[in-house]
Design a binder for this molecule. Structure first.
Ligand SMILES: Nc1ncnc2c1ncn2[C@@H]1O[C@H](COP(=O)(O)OP(=O)(O)OP(=O)(O)O)[C@@H](O)[C@H]1O
Length: 766
């Protein structure tokens, strides 16, 4: 049987077509847990109907990996799976049964791939000139930090010590506004437009002014014991640390003002000691701040007059909102008139993000009143959005060259490899690239695959055939471990052999939230400091706020779970006026509709957006020079066969591949409700997808027990799936009340967020 009629081995409950509660923010696992619990709660509303309860208690998109497969419906579209998309060449490359195992199935890369539904739009004549950067400093304008109202001392410090010559557009707007008025504010501007300084500079200036206000004797009035005036909250430790580094750099010109952090990752005792000594500005993660507000007497917040929520939309999302409300309530309750003259009477709240929506209900919850919307260019007519879709989207830096690649599931892995090969073919053209993937298991698998040593593998195999003695094997393993050890003591950095050339070696990094915080910190630090070509494969843990230097390229191998996340991901490149490129992989079919979402990010309706496809990428990446010997299709097929054998020959890698496949399918089901029609799990061809994980198994056979620690929920899902419907059944009398379920879901989600932020060491980008 050809793989064309590959069986779809999952069932989708009826609830998938029912309207569902929207779950935004958090990691995909948080959303999955919430969705599952919500579905379960829904089921309890109809007691007595056991069948309905069973159906509803499952995740609507849950993939039942162990149950009897349901055949893929043959619709007009699915027929396209039977259409060959490229001529076969280079001998017989028809699908075959694997000789070793009848359960395995070797399918051809270039047959039965679905074709793109939407034809390529005719390319308009593009202007030769590149788009003018929209997030660059305004060096050609007349605005200087001084004439925006910053003191000559502070402006001189920015110029001489921090090499900041002129403000960016958002800094111009926010400094003017926040220096003169006390109103609450939203700072919303493109990624990489300097929003951190947009709120830090006026804040520091206002606190510096407190010293001047009543200082008759010309000595500084404000000192570390004068009180805590400002709190800056950010969702992750990495971001807090980054903000704190910037703040410390600014305060070098006003060293009587003291800042500090409480972000966890060190003994609470040391944080308490720091608070006891006195701070004027505090940078904190919400969880840790709540903890200190409850337990640390030395943390006096009566004088706090500025509360900044960096990545404010994320902080108001699931997992943080309750903590945030608690913080606001405590600040309100403990506010006192200040002894320090010049301190405003009311507290100002400032929200800041590239994807901030003026969500009135949420704002009420954190007591934001009559907030001013600060934009990069208030007179920008283009910003006046008319339709709802546009309101929901955010601009990307105009100089960012974005493209999308229509790549069928089977060709995903080879296309990514080819694209990165091509990218790093010439030394110096791209320094750093970030590749976003759906989840931790997928990151780990690709890290292992891209860093594998082909020569050594081949050597190993032939040596095995020659029955080498055990000692030699051990030596070889030690050698391999040593090599990895040299690059990274944590196993998160390795040579990226799949796309290195002898003249341009590429270093590979991996990063995800399941790594211990100190490993995350070390890995990010290494990627950030690296002066060699390097690639970081990661999950959304690296999507927000991080300012990593010299990132030239962002690849979204798996599209983001929401369009807001997409904005943040691609925002890791093309920062402060620099060039950058981004590529998103889309599969033919419903995913093509995502192009409309990408277009909304541009002022010109997406004329700058370019399209490519798998064949184009493969030709460029696997084309090679000696075309006479082999063509690109043969080379691609050889590479794919090689990785399939690599996975098959080593049980560890095979399990990794299977686990990655399973986790990926689960993650795919957690795209936000608004975008799920574009990422419809019913359209996923699991058989083809498995090939992009180097698997020859039929999807129904892929069944990996024991997921990574801390994934109890996913594990339960998995077991339930394995045991079929009965496994998921919960007796009515055992079922907790709906309130308990909701509380439990909320508690678990908060715990997971804390888990993500726990165990951190300091992340120092400077
Ligand atoms: N006026 C300026 N001139 C030159 N560089 C600047 C200026 N302001 C900020 N930068 C630099 O721009 C980079 C991006 O700044 P920042 O991280 O604040 O951007 P952002 O808008 O918060 O991005 P994101 O939305 O991704 O968090 C930093 O490296 C910062 O040092």
């Amino acid at each position: 049987m050809a793989d064309d009629g590959m069986l779809m081995n999952f069932t989708i409950g009826d609830s998938v077509i029912k309207p569902e509660a929207k779950f935004k923010g958090g990691t995909w696992r948080d959303r999955l847990t919430a969705k599952k619990r919500s579905a379960h709660r829904g089921s309890e509303k109809a007691p007595g109907d056991a069948a309905a309860r069973n159906a509803a208690s499952k995740n609507p998109n849950q993939v039942q990996l162990g149950t009897r497969p349901v055949k893929r419906q043959r619709t007009e579209d699915s027929d396209s799976f039977n259409r060959p998309s490229a001529p076969r060449s280079g001998g017989d490359r028809r699908p075959q049964q694997h000789p070793r195992d009848p359960k395995h199935f070797v399918s051809s890369l270039f047959t039965s791939n679905p074709e793109a539904r939407n034809p390529e739009e005719p390319k308009e004549e593009r202007e030769a000139e590149d788009a003018k950067p929209t997030n660059a400093p305004l060096i050609d304008g007349l605005d200087t930090f001084t004439n925006l109202g910053l003191s000559p001392n502070l402006a001189a410090h920015l110029l001489t010590k921090l090499e900041l010559k002129a403000p960016t557009a958002i800094q111009r707007s926010s400094i003017t506004q926040l220096l003169k008025e006390e109103s609450d504010a939203f700072i919303q501007a493109e990624t990489g437009s300097g929003k951190t300084l947009a709120y830090l500079l006026p804040l520091v200036q206002r606190i510096m002014d407190l010293s001047k206000a009543t200082n008759e004797h010309n000595d500084t009035q404000v000192h570390r014991d004068s009180g805590l005036f400002a709190i800056i909250l950010a969702p992750t430790r990495e971001l807090c640390k980054q903000i704190s580094v910037v703040l410390e750099n600014i305060l070098r010109c006003a060293n009587w003002i003291v800042c500090g952090t409480v972000i966890g990752g060190e003994k609470k005792k040391s944080e308490k000691a720091r608070l006891r000594k006195g701070l004027n500005i505090l940078v904190a993660t919400p969880g840790r701040l709540v903890d200190h507000l409850d337990n640390t007497e030395a943390l006096q917040v009566g004088n706090v007059r500025w509360l900044v929520l960096d990545e404010g939309d994320r902080l108001m999302d699931m997992g943080f909102e309750e903590e945030l409300q608690g913080i606001v309530k405590k600040l309100d309750a403990r506010q006192r008139p200040s002894r320090v003259p010049g301190v405003p009477t009311r507290r100002t709240t400032i929200l800041c993000s590239a994807t901030l929506k003026m969500n009135v209900q949420k704002l009420g919850e954190i007591s934001l009143k009559d907030a001013v919307h600060i934009k990069a260019d208030p007179s920008d007519e283009d910003e006046e959005k008319t339709n709802k879709d546009e309101e929901e989207s955010f601009r990307v830096p105009a100089q960012l060259k974005q493209s999308y690649a229509i790549v069928p599931a089977k060709l995903r892995l080879v296309s990514l490899t080819a694209y990165l090969k091509r990218t790093f073919m010439r030394k110096g053209s791209v320094m750093k690239a970030i590749v976003f993937m759906s989840c931790a298991d997928v990151v780990d698998f690709h890290f292992e695959l891209f860093s594998r040593n082909q020569d050594r593998e081949q050597q190993r195999k032939s040596d095995e055939e020659n029955k080498r003695d055990e000692k030699d094997e051990k030596d070889e393993k030690d050698e391999k471990d040593e090599e990895k050890e040299k690059l990274s003591p944590h196993g998160t950095i390795a040579p990226g052999r799949a796309f290195s050339t002898p003249t341009n070696p590429v270093i590979l990094h991996r990063l995800h939230g399941s790594l211990p915080q100190n490993v995350r910190t070390a890995t990010l630090g290494s990627f950030s400091r690296s002066t060699e070509a390097c690639v970081m494969i990661c999950t959304d843990v690296a999507s927000r706020g991080l300012d990593l230097p010299n990132v030239d390229l962002v690849v979204e191998y798996d599209p983001a779970f929401s369009s807001d996340d997409h904005t943040h991901r691609i925002g890791r490149t093309a920062r402060v006026g620099r060039d950058g490129r981004a590529l998103v992989f889309l599969q033919p079919g419903c995913e093509e509709n995502y192009v409309e979402v990408l277009k909304r990010g541009y002022r010109d309706g997406g004329k700058a957006l370019t399209r490519t496809d798998a064949n184009e990428i493969l030709k460029r990446g696997f084309g090679g020079n000696d075309n006479k010997k082999k063509n690109w299709e043969e080379r691609t097929t050889d590479w794919q066969m090689d990785v399939e054998r690599w996975a098959l020959d080593n049980p560890d890698y095979l399990e990794m591949a299977r686990r990655a496949f399973q986790s990926h399918v689960r993650a795919y089901a957690t795209h936000t409700a608004a975008e799920r029609s574009m990422f419809n799990i019913k359209e996923l061809h699991l058989g083809h997808l498995a090939k992009s994980f180097a698997l020859r198994d039929r999807p129904g056979k892929i069944n990996v027990p024991g997921l990574r620690p801390g994934q109890e929920d996913t594990k339960k899902d998995f077991k339930a799936a394995r045991n079929g419907v009965a496994g998921n059944k919960r007796k009515a009398e055992d079922a907790p009340s709906s309130t308990n379920v909701a509380d439990e879901a909320a508690r678990k989600m908060r715990a997971k967020m804390r888990e993500h932020m726990s165990g951190a060491n300091e992340f120092n980008l400077a």
